[in-house]
Design a protein around this ligand. Structure first.
Ligand SMILES: *Cc1c(COP(=O)(O)O)cnc(C)c1O
Length: 371
């Protein structure tokens, strides 16, 4: 069993994916070809955001968003230490300072109640992460931002494309939303890719210019930018995958629910989902003080596991000088206990059952026990 199965989806979509790639090979517009705009229109429509700007990766989406906000050296950006390194990396790349706020023990998302105390005159933005595919407390975070001089809020939605929050789509919950099409994300391409979403016309224009070297017209460089475009072929692949995406999101929700039932039955703690929002379960994650034992047990049963994330960013060598590792005790504790189980849209209910059975280490679990 793979940790994330990408082959089944490929087999299901093979003819559409090949047709889309072939169309690009035939027209030859490998950079900024028509598929780029087609994808941006479809993704904007999907999320409800006015603008979508595709970019080279999720990391680039975050970097370009901060550049569009004109983040300068010394500026402070409030974020979470319990995330993939890219979230803080882009802040440090611009010479700004990540201010790490602790997370909630049951969701792993930034604890909105702790944000206000971290705001200083240098705060320029708040960057929550929709960890494991579930949006953070976006209304509360947006309200705090509004109270403090309309600070922009950037949702790192790299793991949550397709998730909802009070009926609205992740990526369209704040000033800017950034997602990733890394192959193993809920909506992946076959290489690197990402996108920025916003309803703000001038931020959208800034992101578009920054994506191509700060160019407002050919060879007129209005601002400093990056080479941050998403390849036409990768856009074409996402377009093919979009045809099946609604179904995959539904399958992800079903698998997540199935996992929840069985995990609760064997009395193992897990990441909780809040009412009024959905997770697309980029990861299905349990919380256990017996992580090593369980990883070994599952490994012996041929079931791969992973840890997202074993070290909070404020304990990483390149970042630990930025914030004392003990300022975020919940993140520190979760990093020792979280463990992710195999998760893909095409996992079957029987797969889930056998994973939880293996986790329990014998005995019966779930429907088979009562059948
Ligand atoms: C994957 C991920 C990123 C980076 O996306 P890439 O496309 O790999 O650059 C950023 N933030 C989070 C939370 C992620 O999971």
């Amino acid at each position: 069993m793979p940790f994330i199965d990408l082959k089944f989806q490929y087999q299901e979509l093979k003819s559409q994916i090949h047709a889309r790639i072939n169309a690009v090979l035939e027209h030859g517009q490998y950079i900024m070809g028509p598929e780029v705009k087609e994808l941006e229109d479809k993704l904007a429509n999907y999320t409800g955001a006015k603008h979508c700007i595709t970019v080279a990766s999720g990391t680039e989406a975050l970097l370009i968003s901060l550049m569009a906000l004109n983040i300068q050296p010394g500026d402070e950006i409030i974020t979470t230490p319990f995330t993939f390194v890219a979230t803080a990396e882009v802040i440090v790349l611009l010479g700004a300072k990540p201010v790490f706020v602790d997370v909630e023990p049951d969701t792993g998302n930034i604890n909105a109640n702790l944000i206000e105390a971290a705001i200083t005159p240098n705060t320029r933005a708040i960057m929550p992460v929709s960890l494991y595919g579930q949006p953070a407390d976006m209304d509360e975070i947006n309200a705090i931002a509004a109270r403090h001089g309309n600070l922009p809020v950037i949702e790192d939605a790299a793991q949550s494309f397709g998730a909802t929050y009070k009926g609205r789509k992740s990526c369209n919950l704040s000033t800017l939303g950034c997602t990733s099409f890394f192959p193993s994300k809920p909506l992946g391409c076959y290489g690197d890719g990402g996108a920025i979403f916003t309803n703000n016309d001038s931020l959208a224009q800034a992101c578009k210019e920054i994506r191509v070297h700060g160019q407002s017209q050919r060879y007129v460089h209005t601002r400093v930018g990056v080479g941050g475009r998403m390849d036409t072929i990768q856009c074409a692949i996402v377009l093919a995958k979009l045809e099946r995406f609604d179904r995959e999101v539904k399958q992800r929700l079903d698998i997540g629910q199935r996992y929840n039932q069985l995990i609760d039955e064997v009395d193992v703690a897990r990441i909780q989902q809040r009412l009024g929002r959905t997770s697309v379960f980029a990861q299905y994650t349990i919380v256990t003080s017996e992580r090593e034992i369980l990883q070994k047990r599952l490994g012996e049963a041929g079931i791969p596991t992973a840890v997202h994330y074993p070290v909070p960013l404020n304990e990483q060598p390149a970042y630990k000088h930025l914030c004392c590792p003990d300022c975020t005790p919940v993140a520190k504790d979760m990093a020792k206990k979280v463990m992710s189980l195999p998760m893909s849209a095409d996992l079957t209910k029987d797969d889930v059952l056998s994973i939880v059975q293996a986790l329990k280490g014998g005995g019966t679990v779930g429907e088979k026990a009562t059948a």
